[in-house]
Design a protein around this ligand. Structure first.
Ligand SMILES: [Zn+2]
Length: 87
């Protein structure tokens, strides 16, 4: 089963269907191409995915599909937590 190693050390599996750690999204521009009744598979194939690491709340956005490395987004509180510990 494919997985992604989060910076916090958790291994996020994303091969499960449906996947509890995977979120789907698309831009408003891309969504605007659909109207009326739509084919769910067509909508699905137009979306991108991100994985959410629940323990640390990081998001790993796969802008270009799962064959390219994702971009990491860290919640502001998690990013500043080491500073808070030092203060
Ligand atoms: Zn994590």
């Amino acid at each position: 089963m494919p997985s992604w190693n989060c910076t916090c050390g958790r291994q996020i599996p994303y091969g499960q269907i449906p996947c509890p750690d995977e979120w789907l999204f698309m831009s408003d521009f891309d969504f605007d191409r659909f109207s009326g009744q739509v084919d769910a598979e067509a909508v699905y194939s137009s979306m991108s995915s991100f994985l959410k690491c629940h323990p640390c709340r990081r998001l790993w956005v796969f802008w270009n599909g799962f064959s390219a490395p994702p971009e990491e987004f860290v919640p502001a509180k998690a990013a500043s937590a080491p500073h808070a510990v030092l203060a």
